[in-house]
Design a protein around this ligand. Structure first.
Ligand SMILES: *Cc1c(COP(=O)(O)O)cnc(C)c1O
Length: 402
């Protein structure tokens, strides 16, 4: 086992992942498909679990609340099991996932903390969700009734209130009617009440309107004798920027990966990027002025040029919009992407790097030799946000835990 394999549940000893999987062979196989040691290609995402742990501790210290680590979508592309097992070891209160199947995967891996299924339960999984001890979020009475039928006894839910984002949640105008109906469902207890903020990073007026509505909703819930233990509203941006949004726990995703979706330069908490995307040069050639590079010939050399090929492409999550726009780091220098990014390959103009050689490392995200490609820079160039850049790094790229 290489030293890189550190899922972090038993002090970094090899085999921890297998142990976490229990004896289910399909889970073990699924995990192995991503094992760094099985990858031949030098393209990989290096995930710094120590950075994630430090970001967690910094966030929890600032919030002074239990942290629900939001690990939906494979921990925003960082690899959910190693990340979750490490955060569990660090003392995280629980985990937030979007889907029931994401929550079940965590339970099967041995996670014992609270797991909140934030977007509701689709399909026919109500019984399985309760049996696994997941905490479901509900926003329609029919869902509560389905849980009651599946539970055949007492069960707990978190209510999601729509305070203005208008995506999911019980509309404020329907809350009283919802609570009337809820009272008639046998066995149901409100363990938590939550809302989600639409623009905690920059629209303070909207955020305060949403939080005022949430306070009103909490008062109405309590007025009927419910005693929700967990009231929660804060994503990363609200955790940092809006102390009043912290309530009983904070739901933090982006801040854990070091890219919190707010202006981190202005934030009172120091977090560090946790993903580095790297590969190595596999081919080098010289082309003459007028010759083209890549599909459709969108790069045409204006001088004798050295072109390096990298075994990484849009099939790995390198957004094709970066063709002829983005940069990679080689020998600590920024080198422009030349021509169209292909599915499996990307070419780079390395004419200005005289000593460049096959096997040199190329960094697509993160640091090399003091230089840095910031995910914010890539996201902005692609007209998107850092979260989409991370979640785009595809299954084919092994996550390598350093
Ligand atoms: C994704 C999500 C979060 C976390 O948001 P970050 O900006 O990543 O901190 C919190 N709550 C809900 C409901 C979410 O869907």
């Amino acid at each position: 086992m290489p030293a890189c394999w550190r899922p972090g549940i038993d002090g970094g000893q090899p085999g921890a992942y297998d142990t976490a999987m229990g004896s289910d062979p399909s889970l073990v196989l699924r995990a192995r498909a991503h094992r760094a040691e099985d990858s031949l290609r030098p393209t990989r995402a290096e995930i710094d679990l120590d950075a994630i742990a430090a970001n967690f501790h910094a966030t929890r210290a600032l919030a002074d609340r239990p942290v629900l680590a939001v690990v939906k979508c494979d921990a925003y592309g960082h690899g959910v099991l190693p990340v979750a097992l490490r955060l569990a070891q660090e003392g995280v209160h629980g985990f937030g996932v979007a889907l029931a199947e994401e929550g079940l995967e965590l339970r099967e891996a041995g996670v014992e903390q609270m797991i909140l299924v934030m977007n509701g339960v689709y399909g026919d999984a109500h019984g399985a969700v309760l049996a696994a001890g997941l905490s479901p979020v509900v926003y329609r009475l029919e869902e509560v009734e389905r849980f009651a039928a599946a539970a055949n006894g007492p069960f707990e839910v978190h209510l999601k209130i729509d305070t203005g984002m208008h995506r999911l949640g019980i509309p404020m105008a329907e809350l009283d009617r919802f609570l009337d109906g809820f009272a008639a469902v046998q066995g149901a207890t409100i363990a938590g009440v939550m809302t989600h903020l639409a623009a905690a990073e920059d629209d303070d007026a909207l955020t305060h309107r949403q939080l005022d509505a949430f306070d009103d909703a909490l008062a109405r819930v309590r007025a009927r004798g419910h005693e929700p233990r967990w009231c929660h509203a804060a994503n990363s941006a609200a955790t940092v920027r809006h102390p009043r949004a912290r309530y009983d726990l904070v739901r933090t995703g982006g801040a854990l990966w070091g890219h919190p979706g707010y202006d981190s330069a202005a934030a009172p908490v120091d977090v560090k990027g946790a993903m580095r995307l790297r590969t190595e040069i596999v081919s080098l050639k010289t082309i003459e002025p007028g010759e083209i590079v890549g599909y459709c010939g969108t790069f045409r050399a204006e001088r004798p040029s050295r072109i390096a090929a990298l075994p990484v492409g849009y099939g790995d999550g390198l957004v094709r919009f970066q063709s002829n726009r983005g940069h990679v780091l080689i020998r600590g220098q920024r080198c422009p992407i030349a021509g169209n990014i292909s599915m499996d390959l990307t070419s780079v103009d390395v004419t200005d790097l005289p000593d460049v050689a096959i096997g040199d490392e190329a960094v697509l995200l993160g640091e090399q030799g003091g230089a840095r490609i910031r995910v914010e820079e890539v996201a902005e160039a692609c007209g998107t946000i850092p979260y989409e850049i991370f979640t785009s790094v595809s299954r084919r790229v092994p996550r390598f835990y350093v």
